[in-house]
Design a protein around this ligand. Sequence first.
Ligand code: NAD
Length: 322
Amino acid sequence: MAVVRVGFIGAGSMANAVHYPSVVETPQTQLVAICDLNEERLNKTADRYGVPKEHRYTDYRRMLEREELDAVYVIMPPMGLAPIVLDCLKAGKHVFIEKPPGCNSDEAWAMAEEAERQKVKTCVGFNRRYAAVYRYAKSEVLKRGAISLALAEFHKDMLGQGPYYGMSILRTDIIHAVDILRDLLGEPVEVAAHVWSRYERWENSHNQFAALIRFDSGAVGILTASRTAGSRYERFEVHGKGISAYIRAPEQAEIHRQGEGVEIVTDEQLTGTTDRRITYGYLEETRHFISCILNDETPLTNFTDAARTMDLVERIERFATG
Ligand SMILES: NC(=O)c1ccc[n+]([C@@H]2O[C@H](COP(=O)([O-])OP(=O)(O)OC[C@H]3O[C@@H](n4cnc5c(N)ncnc54)[C@H](O)[C@@H]3O)[C@@H](O)[C@H]2O)c1
């Protein structure tokens, strides 16, 4: 396959902000068709990327029937996502989705198992894993040995707002931080957590999360997330053998090496830009997905891997009180 022919289902905000531009910038990739239920968004996006009228759809089934696509980006909210993704997989397409991978682990595993049956490539947009400062810091720590301890904190100022999509905020958003702990430390063996509400009650979600997780690598991970915080604040700590990294993705990482002082590395040094689409891993996740299709390799954040992250999210949620 010399070129990966891509179709999109979804022409909403996230797709337009990061996925369309990243797909059209990726070599050996061609955007050929777009589908959205909303004709205004469909036409605005298709006009922007020069997709002809005959390749615009409001029914994704017609797009799958008529177009010769290799891969489909399904970029829409988790509700109603799984049946559409299953149809794409059954049609033999490689599939990219945003997080969360469905509404729950049953949906995540249904998509993962179908993808395994169809032997197609899949990718979930856990973009933090592809962020330049994160990848640099992680690889520097691993050069000296295994990671012993990691912390992932992800806070937001959401007082008075309620959770996204009326669903658990751990599933829809804090899942990024849970996924980072798995990426750094392996598979969870033992989970202790406290999940509770403070200051206001949200429908279908708590707003404070703390977890202590022992992983099969022998390392321990700590998760903290408050959604009644003073601002959005995301930070990862990674401790290894005589080395620690303190990461504020996507902006910068501090690397502390025993006896050697502190190295500060910024997104701009590593990527030549401060454009978050590039520094926060969105362009890189698409490049990785397309490269895996072309080279018959398994994407890092494939559906099976993402279903394991969803399993850990649900294990933490079981500690909810009140
Ligand atoms: N990785 C990140 O950092 C990050 C950040 C923000 C959002 N997201 C995720 O991105 C996803 C999309 O969020 P968004 O804000 O772009 O949503 P959105 O509502 O702006 O866009 C979704 C689009 O999908 C279309 N759509 C829905 N059902 C459809 C169907 N059956 N057929 C065709 N089109 C359909 C809608 O009309 C809409 O245009 C969410 O899952 C969200 O969690 C990820």
